[in-house]
Design a protein around this ligand. Structure first.
Ligand code: PLP
Length: 444
């Protein structure tokens, strides 16, 4: 009997005992190929000697000092590293312990920015359906999965949800990708105006949609049009790159490929690569200046802000990624990875769409390709897929999200950046076998 409060209370998962490179081993000695880096966390793979050495050295120097008394050398170094490669205009990094904390901090930073600049009437967030921004109450409020929000709806901050950029299901046959992007930006504008143009704090979006969306890559021009709408109404743009950032899509920040710079950007997962819990908000100078010239204080904090051990791990991870040119590797090998997926699964009768960039790919599973009809949620295709894949020694990240009021199934692949082409081939072969086994004979 376990005393750990596992989220799935009727099922205790296997015990992870050790991990090295691309593989995790359980206590029974079974080995799993890590095709999802946990939940798109492990960027450098497991047990990297340089990261472990940096963490040991930090532990010998300083494990913890509270940020109300001190900063630390390693937090300052990490912030320098992150700002040195940040989107234009970003000047400061707020270091927290994970993705939800980063999103929560960004929402409050945005709100406080308007309080400091004399616009306290701005109280509303706009975000997108089919999105995930974390599980704390603020992050949950902007998250776009109705079933996650439902039990907590009465206690959430006000947020409106507009359409995600989801060409497979929502781009019309009579419009180009560019026209589709402009239509979505017009929908955002209409939502801002409906709310009251001076009442909206921020538009929050994942640059590339992640887990709950099965990887949604934006159409060309979408984010530029969104940026222009936000600027027109003085609304802040918060890009959530907790999952898609830090090299995952083949550029350090996914927004680089969209040619936009957000006002606030959240990062986490790949930042520390799983070696320590860490997340961050990267902030534009104007947001920080509004606070420093105003109250001089960001009214939000956590005990483990800028934790030295977490900063040491993240700094080492990022230095290795930069030194070894791993982002460029992800970009190049990602093209091959996409081609392998298309070859193995492109014609599969239950694969509706394969989409992604870099080492961030989603495969959407459907009951019927022609009508794009999702599987009946009662079949629990994503749950069975995860189980089947694990039995074959593959860790992938299947998920069911709400599509047109029905549960849709997809699987997320996000291997560590050190994956070789042989690893990628093996991932694709194991996944294809699993998809086949689980969907074979499955009815709607
Ligand atoms: N934002 C995005 C885009 C995410 O994918 C996640 C986690 O999956 C979060 C925020 C929340 O991060 P965490 O689970 O570290 O709190």
């Amino acid at each position: 009997m376990t005393h750990v409060f596992h989220r799935h209370l009727r099922h205790t998962p296997p015990v992870a005992a050790s991990a090295q490179g691309m593989f995790i081993r359980d206590a029974e000695g079974r080995e799993y190929l890590d095709a999802s880096g946990g939940a798109a966390v492990s960027s450098l793979g497991h047990g990297h000697p340089e990261v472990m050495a940096a963490m040991h050295a930090q532990l010998d120097r300083l494990a913890y000092a509270h940020t109300s008394f001190f900063t630390s050398e390693v937090a300052e170094q990490l912030a320098d590293e992150l700002i040195g490669s940040a989107p234009e205009g970003m000047s400061h990094v707020y270091l927290v312990s994970g993705g939800s904390e980063a999103v929560e901090s960004a929402l409050k930073m945005a709100r406080q920015y308007f309080v400091e600049t004399g616009q306290p009437q701005r109280t509303h967030f706009i975000a997108r359906r089919q999105s995930y921004h974390g599980n704390t109450l603020g992050a949950l409020a902007v998250g776009g999965n109705a079933w996650r929000r439902e039990p907590f709806a009465p206690i959430l901050v006000p947020a409106t949800h507009v359409a995600p950029c989801y060409p497979y299901r929502e781009q019309r046959a009579d419009e180009s990708a560019e026209q589709y992007g402009l239509r979505l930006a017009a929908e955002l504008e209409a939502a801002i105006v409906a709310q009251g143009a001076d009442r909206v704090i921020a538009f929050v979006a994942e640059t590339v949609g992640g887990a709950t969306a099965g990887v949604l890559t934006p159409v060309p021009g979408y984010f530029k049009a969104v940026r222009a709408v936000c600027d027109k109404y003085g609304v802040l743009l918060i890009l959530d790159e907790v999952m898609c950032g830090m090299g995952r899509t083949g550029s350090l920040h996914a927004c680089e490929q969209e040619g936009v710079a957000p006002d606030l950007m959240t990062i986490a997962k790949g930042l520390g690569g799983g070696y320590q819990p860490i997340g961050a908000v990267l902030a534009q100078r104007k947001v920080v200046e509004a606070m420093s010239k105003g109250s001089g204080f960001f009214q939000h904090g956590h005990t483990y802000l800028g934790h030295p051990m977490a900063c040491a791990a993240a700094l080492a991870v990022q230095q290795v990624i930069r030194r070894d040119g791993l982002v460029a590797k992800v970009r190049e090998d990602g093209i091959a990875f996409g081609a392998m997926l298309a070859e193995a699964l492109g014609d599969h009768p239950h694969v509706g769409d394969i989409r992604g960039r870099g080492f961030f790919w989603g495969v959407e599973l459907v009951a019927d390709r022609a009508s794009k009809q999702p599987f009946d949620p009662a079949l629990a295709v994503n749950t069975r897929l995860k189980k089947d894949a694990m039995a074959r020694g593959l860790l992938c990240y299947p998920f069911g999200g709400t599509v047109d009021g029905r549960q849709g199934d997809h699987v997320l692949l996000a291997p560590p950046y050190i994956a070789t082409r042989d690893h990628l081939q093996e991932i694709v072969a194991l996944l294809a076998a699993s998809v086949d086994a689980v969907t074979r004979g499955a009815a709607r």
